[in-house]
Design a protein around this ligand. Structure first.
Ligand SMILES: Cc1cc2nc3c(=O)[nH]c(=O)nc-3n(C[C@H](O)[C@H](O)[C@H](O)COP(=O)(O)OP(=O)(O)OC[C@H]3O[C@@H](n4cnc5c(N)ncnc54)[C@H](O)[C@@H]3O)c2cc1C
Length: 403
């Protein structure tokens, strides 16, 4: 490796050391670029060498093979949150964030400055550069709502170009960056992202959140759907809710040794959904915002009014993405539980188990291998398929392993 000034990793970390699921063997080589210039040079050098390559940020959405990776891992640790001049003082805020910046640092900074737009995405682990890859989302917000553009180092050309968010085809846990190139996806590096946030709105001197679109969050705050609360209170409540589900990284919580939700919520036709038990939760089409609307049967009359407005907005986005208006989203967690798989379930002798707090998370109870995790995932998948005819799809990126 010449000319990049990058440290080729002194120790020999394995992919288990670099991922939150803590599985995976050693890579052949690791590069750790600290600046944007180093990152671009490192990627170009690796591509020129023709080596297989793998990008890693926080490793919180990656399950890697026990055999490791026979190529170069580029672990992105670039930092920086820069406010761009929009030429409109007092108006919208535009930020350019380096790919390696931890996402939750971005949220904390945005909230501390009194800007709204990403507060419900508090506590999502990982790096900012990976955030557009699966269009991170939680508690009624998703990145797509405030992402304007990325700077993308394209592996096909070796050039950095600005891509508007619209070009990324951001959907529910998906984008062209997550799609395989054979299916029209893109390979390359998100070098930096640009966020556009609305001007401050305050009430009683406190900067306010965006309207709350997620029933469980509204309940925890004791407000109705569509209300706003202070940004600080919203962030605190989201972090508390996430911690109660093992969904924030916490060295003292074994349930957080995971990749978050292991399966996406399946989207099926309403005709297919009608074959499922009546109590199986289903959402009206909200293809790119799974958390946007409450289950129909869970909404109060007041909530229903907000829900239908929100569902209409989601339907419009769905139409733009070519989804059929008859599609509905199912709850993967409900399907798993009703296929008979309980919290803490583990196959005999395995060190991988379902989280004790949430059926959607697969966890490493200490010393699990990637094979253990995959075996458990396949078991869950097969039970749900046998019971309901739905094939659950993994949310994390699988490297050298498959379901
Ligand atoms: C406890 C827990 C809770 C979670 N909760 C949520 C949640 O609520 N919502 C949600 O959406 N996700 C959630 N996740 C998943 C994960 O945090 C996100 O997907 C996050 O964006 C991954 O970031 P990362 O840097 O760790 O990605 P990594 O695992 O390092 O990489 C993920 C993928 O992105 C690629 N990649 C990484 N950086 C770049 C880059 N700069 N340019 C191009 N490609 C890149 C990698 O090659 C890989 O394919 C959770 C995970 C955990 C462990």
């Amino acid at each position: 490796m010449n000319g990049t000034g990058v440290n080729d990793a002194a120790a020999d970390p394995t992919l288990a050391d670099l991922t939150t699921m803590r599985v995976g063997g050693p890579p052949a080589r690791i590069l750790t670029p600290h600046t944007e210039v180093e990152l671009i040079a490192a990627a170009r050098d690796v591509w020129e060498d023709g080596d297989p390559w793998l990008l890693l940020g926080g490793g919180s959405n990656t399950i890697a093979s026990d055999d490791g990776f026979d190529g170069t891992v580029i672990r992105i640790v670039t930092r920086g949150i820069q406010r761009l001049d929009t030429g409109m003082p007092g108006e919208r805020v535009r930020l350019r964030v380096q790919a390696g910046e931890p996402w939750d640092t971005v949220v904390a900074t945005v909230v501390a400055n009194g800007w709204a737009g990403v507060e419900a995405l508090s506590g999502i682990p990982g790096s900012t550069g990976a955030a557009p890859v699966q269009n991170i989302g939680a508690y009624g917000q998703e990145l797509a709502s405030h992402l304007t553009a990325i700077d993308f180092l394209d592996a096909a050309t070796g050039d950095v170009r600005r891509m508007d968010a619209a070009e990324l085809e951001l959907g529910y846990r998906s984008s062209v960056l997550k799609t395989s190139p054979v299916r029209g996806g893109l390979r390359g590096v998100v070098v930096a992202i640009e966020l556009d946030l609305p001007p401050n709105e305050t009430a009683a001197g406190a900067p306010m959140s965006e309207p709350i679109l997620y029933a469980q969050l509204a309940d925890a705050l004791g407000v109705s759907l569509g209300s706003r609360v202070s940004l600080a209170e919203l962030r605190r409540t989201v972090l508390m809710l996430r911690a109660s589900k093992g969904m924030v990284l916490d060295p003292d919580d074994p349930d957080s040794v995971s990749a978050g939700s292991f399966f996406t919520n399946p989207i099926v036709s309403s005709a297919f959904a009608s074959t499922l038990p009546a109590d199986a939760p289903r959402w009206p089409v909200a293809p790119d915002e799974p958390d946007l609307v409450a289950p129909l049967d869970a909404a109060s009359a007041e909530q229903s009014a907000s829900v239908s407005l929100l569902a209409e907005a989601a339907r419009e986005r769905g139409r733009r993405q070519g989804r059929r208006s008859t599609d509905v989203k199912l709850s993967a967690a409900w399907l798993i539980e009703h296929a008979g798989i309980r919290r803490s379930f583990a196959l005999p002798g395995s060190r991988a188990a379902i989280s004790s707090k949430h059926t959607l998370a697969l966890t490493n109870r200490g010393g699990a291998t990637a094979a253990d995790v995959i075996e458990l995932a396949r078991y869950v998948q097969s039970r749900v398929q046998a019971e309901f005819g739905v094939i659950l799809q993994p949310e994390p990126v699988l490297v050298g392993v498959s379901l």
